[in-house]
Design a protein around this ligand. Structure first.
Ligand SMILES: Nc1ncnc2c1ncn2[C@@H]1O[C@H](COP(=O)(O)OP(=O)(O)O)[C@@H](O)[C@H]1O
Ligand SMILES: [Mg+2]
Length: 519
């Protein structure tokens, strides 16, 4: 291989990576912001409608390694902050593709990396100046932040119902106001077809989609439930699949039946004497979890039964309800029962649910959100959006600051870097210029997708910022320039800083690749 060919290969690798990253960034930009378009994605499971960056990217088939890294970037942003998943790809791709002209001008990748790192440092200082503290007691503020995060979603028309529920559910699972993290897994989302999203409901308690064993129709409501979670089967001694009993006479058969009845009755009596009035039985692989005979006896004893519950659900219910699972009948005692002041059953078009409400707070820092929508596709998108809303709340809990949205911070960064540029000479000017242009992609695409003239809007915004109006940005709903704070277009600081860090890290990582080897 000649020196020229090696050089050409290196350039080709770099330019191909830039084209792929820029292409992916361009392909996702129509989904960005409140006027972002939705994508309908068909896969082997059916189809889904979404405009969530992470979901779109996860769903499409991508082969090129750089594109795969960008998709992972979006996933990381989703895990870190729960929002900003489109922005991170939009910016990451642009940081790389806008660098092509720098390389063509003979600037070394090392110099571009250093300049970007320096510009990031300055940007962080500007972000710190523009960020403001959040008081968790100010629920109206919290709702506004969640509202902005949901602006671009299909479900945004129901934002008024979803936002308060997202805020309340997170606040109610916090140990105390000072804790700096929450586990979203403590909020269960249950989806039921019927009505619409305005009927979304927060249940301060636990909901399961198992049903009561019943001999007759009608709803069950139990006040002051004493619940036993049972992990052994209440059935005949001889029903193991592998067992076989050979009976040689009628009298030995009668004896066996009598013994088995006695055995089941004795179990039921022990359950009754523990004070329990509701049992939840784990599904058994080898046997039926409970025999018809046992169900009959327990029903006469007025003990309710939820049977054949999967192992995962058993651990969820026992942790949530404060029950200690009972592995054999001899170990049952009142201490192992969970106390719930209200257990009730509700019917929906696609099945019933059991609600466990008024659980002692000492062991239940969990709650449930019941989502309603007219069809399964909408329900799934509502669930994804709800998880985003909860993640945005978690970002606020983790870092209690917010910043103005609608491109405000991006314009301020660009304006300040413009001042900084004036102190530089040579290649540094070009690198900072490229960084600024890339950062401006956010307000550019926001205004473009809203039908505004992006170049005009950005130059007007820069004028505002030059005159000290640094909280001015785009209101994409009203299609005008506004004070983002007054218009409550606000976002968690963590979403923005994570997005900016990840997108620049991506570009710098890509600069270092000079060859693509297939082994
Ligand atoms: N009403 C609004 N006016 C202007 N910008 C908005 C408005 N609501 C949200 N945004 C902006 O939209 C962007 C987020 O768009 P979105 O499609 O949710 O992308 P991401 O997946 O990156 O969160 C943020 O920059 C946010 O500031
Ligand atoms: Mg968003």
């Amino acid at each position: 291989m000649t020196f020229d060919t090696i050089l050409l290969n290196k350039y080709n690798t770099f330019f191909t990576n830039c084209i792929v990253a820029g292409g992916l960034s361009d392909s996702i930009k129509t989904s960005f912001g409140p006027h972002g378009m939705d994508k309908m994605i068909q896969n082997e499971k059916g189809y889904l409608i979404t405009n969530d960056g992470a979901t779109i990217l996860k769903s499409i088939k991508i082969d090129h390694p750089v594109a795969k890294i960008l998709v992972n970037l979006s996933k990381t942003q989703d895990i870190e902050a729960g929002d900003g998943t489109t922005s991170v790809v939009l910016l990451g791709g642009k940081f790389l593709s806008n660098s092509v002209s720098l390389i063509k001008n003979g600037i070394k990748v090392m110099d571009i990396s250093n300049s970007f790192k320096h510009s990031l440092k300055i940007s962080k200082k500007i972000i710190a100046i523009m960020s403001m503290n959040i008081n968790l007691n100010n629920k109206s503020f919290l709702k506004d932040i969640v509202h902005v995060a949901l602006e671009s979603k299909l479900v945004s028309t129901y934002s008024k119902s979803i936002c308060p529920i997202s805020v309340d559910s997170i606040i109610s699972i916090m140990n105390n106001q000072d804790s700096h993290d929450v586990d979203i897994k403590n909020i269960r989302i249950i989806k039921k077809i019927g009505k619409n999203l305005s009927s979304i409901e927060l249940i301060n308690g636990i909901v399961t989609d198992y049903t009561f064993y019943k001999k007759f129709n009608g709803t069950i409501k139990l006040e002051y439930a004493k619940i036993a979670i049972i992990q052994f089967s209440i059935s005949n001694l001889s029903t193991d699949l592998d067992n076989s009993i050979i009976l040689r006479s009628y009298s030995s058969m009668d004896k066996l039946i009598r013994e088995e009845k006695k055995h089941i009755l004795s179990i039921c009596n022990k359950i009754k004497s523990s004070g329990c009035n509701l049992i939840i039985i784990q599904k058994s692989i080898m046997k039926e979890s409970i025999s018809m005979e046992a169900l009959e006896i327990l029903s006469n004893m007025k003990i309710l039964v939820i049977k054949d519950v999967e192992r995962d659900e058993i651990s969820y219910l026992s942790e949530s309800l404060g029950c200690i699972p009972i592995v054999d009948i001899e170990s049952i005692s009142e201490k192992k029962l969970g106390i719930v002041r209200l257990v009730e059953e509700k019917f929906f078009e696609d099945g019933s649910l059991i609600f466990f409400k008024k659980i002692s707070i000492s062991y239940c820092l969990r709650n449930t959100i019941l989502v309603r929508a007219s069809n399964a596709v909408l329900l799934d998108e509502a669930e994804r959006s709800l998880i985003d809303a909860l993640s945005v709340m978690r970002s606020i809990i983790r870092r209690r600051y917010f910043i103005p949205g609608g491109g405000t911070v991006e314009i301020e960064i660009s304006s300040c870097l413009n001042q900084f540029q004036k102190t530089l000479t040579g290649i540094d000017v070009m690198c900072v210029e490229s960084f600024r242009r890339t950062i401006e992609t956010i307000p550019y695409v926001l205004s473009e997708n809203s039908g505004m003239e992006p170049i005009q809007i950005i130059s007007k915004l820069k004028e505002f910022h030059k005159n000290g109006k640094k909280f001015y940005g785009i209101d994409a709903r009203k299609n005008k320039i506004v004070n983002a704070l007054d218009s409550r277009i606000i976002s968690p600081l963590l979403v923005f800083t994570s997005m900016l860090n990840l997108s620049i890290e991506f570009a710098i990582q890509m600069f270092k690749i000079d060859e693509f080897l297939i082994i």
